[in-house]
Structures are given as C-alpha cells and as structure tokens.
Design a protein around this ligand. Sequence first.
Ligand code: ZEM
Length: 296
Amino acid sequence: KPANEVQFAASNKLKNTNYQNVYNDIANVIRENDEHDDYIGSGPVLLRLAWHASGQFDSKQEIKGGSYNGTLRFDKELSDPSNAGLKYAFDLLKPIYKKYNHQISHGDLFTLAGVVAVQEMGGPKIPWRYGRVDGDIETVPLNGRLPDANQNANYVRNFFHRLNFLEDKEIVALIGAHCVGKTHLKNSGFEGPWGAATNMFTNEFFRNLLTEKWVLEKNEAGNQQYNNDKGYMMLPTDMALVQDGSFKKIVEEFANDESSFFKVFSSAFNKLLENGIKFEKSSPVLYFKTLDEQDI
Ligand code: ZEM
C-alpha cells in the first residue's frame, strides 16, 4: 500500500487539504441534480439534511444526538416523521461516502454537505471541522426532537435554547435558511416556497416577512399557514419572527443588511453543526472554496 493510504487507514481521516476534494464532489452532485423538485435543485434539501442531522441535539438526555455519531443514516432516525423527504438527500451522498471508503464519517459528510449547499447557493463561507465518527445504533436519539412548525415565538426561543442558541440574533439568522427550498404537503403538511429565489441564499426571507401581505389560511392538509398573492408561504414559526418585538428588530436588521445576516448565520450554523462535539486539538478549522472560485 502507498504510504499515504496506510496513514489514512491509521487515522481514519483524510488529510486536511483533501476535504476540499470532498467539498467539490458534493458540489458536483448539486450541479448534476439540478432538476430536483421542479428545478429548485438539490442544495436546499442537503441543507435541511445537515440541519436535521444536528438539530436533534439535547445535552440533557442520556442519548444526546447531534451530528457526532452520524445517526441520520439509520432507518430508525430517517423514519422520524420530521425527516420525511430526507432519504433523497442521503441517497445523493451515498456514492461519495463509498468513494472515500471509510475515510470520512457520515456525520462529517452530512455537515459538510450543509456547508457546501450554503456556499454553492451563494451564501456565506462556513467554517467547518472534521472528526465525527460513525456511532452504532445505540447512539440513535429518540425521534421527535425536531421543532414543530405550528408554534409561537416563545416556543421557538425555548427550542433553540436547547441547542445552545441563547441570543435571539442567532435564532433569527438560522431560520433565515428558509430563503431556499420549499415546504411539501407530502413531507410536512405545509405547501409552497418562502420566496422567488428558491436556490439562492439571500436575505429574501426577511424582506418577504416584512413587505408581503400575509393571510392565515388552512391548507389541504388542515394546517394553518400564511400565504400571499404570489404563491409564497410562511410557517407559524416563521411568522413568529415578526410577531415578537425582539425578533422583529433583528428581522429588520437582516432585511436591510444582508452582510449582517450572513455573518451571524455563518457562526450560528457552524455552532449548530458542532453541538456536543469536542474536537481534537489537531482538528483545524477549515474554509472551502466554491466551485466558481476554483473556475470549475
Ligand atoms: Zn426548516 N423546515 N425549520 N430549517 N428547512 C422546512 C424546510 C426547510 C422548520 C420547519 O418546520 C420546516 C430550520 C429551522 C426550522 C430548511 C432549513 C432549516 C419544512 C418543510 C418545515 C416544515 C419540509 C418539507 O415539507 O419538505 C422549523 C419549525 C424550524 C425552526 C423553528 C433551520 C435552522 C434550517 C437550516 C439552518 C431548509 C433548507 C428547508 C427546505 C428543504 C427543501 O427540500 O426545500
């Protein structure tokens, strides 16, 4: 075996520089699967995969969850009703997992896919570290820890406190990820996109919250959602961001200043992906170039 292969096998990790190759492989998967969901593409659903792979974290429980053990790969977790629609995203990543042949863990792959999705859709750079491991089935957290979209501002704030987001700014920024993708009746019981540019990471979500005329309506699944005359929608938890005075001030700031949104989103998303993880000192913070920046 060549020396570097032996080294990989020993450390079970890729050399730092090679994660840009994994990034590029994921970015190419996004490029190749641009027809998904009526040409929204595969970026949004990969971002949602990274969020759900991390957002079931609960430090107070015996099985804490989070991204560390890469447990979203197990049917037990994938079949959580909250994860409906994410098998497609997991399947997109399977060939990449295979290609690196145990040199990358599922947790690292899922979280890196979120970073790739944000950056390739034009969002901010997200710092990222490797070092998660494939935990066994005993490390799968109980279903039902992801948030309920039918709730109000207090619920949203308390939910994100569980994930160590104590500042309203971080919470509002994270939900700003609803600038991309859409809701699907068959997945969640909600229907429609949040805006016009469904595969571009921008502050449109915040602008729409403030400027569109929203009407509360019952959808075909019997759930209440806010609709406007352009076919956009907002979840009750989205609308909570303008119903609460403190949240609303931040929505206004982000609507007026995209760079402020990007800055807070970048650090909060990095924290979300790393909840509950103590990285080895040798694991550096990595930043990746987009395909465009590499002229690929
Ligand atoms: Zn979402 N999200 N989310 N979210 N989310 C959906 C879709 C997407 C909530 C929620 O209930 C829903 C965050 C926070 C919260 C994305 C990213 C992030 C959908 C629609 C629902 C119902 C799923 C479907 O039908 O396919 C709630 C209640 C949240 C907090 C209160 C955070 C944080 C995110 C990332 C940082 C993304 C990208 C989508 C779009 C997926 C797609 O397939 O288009």
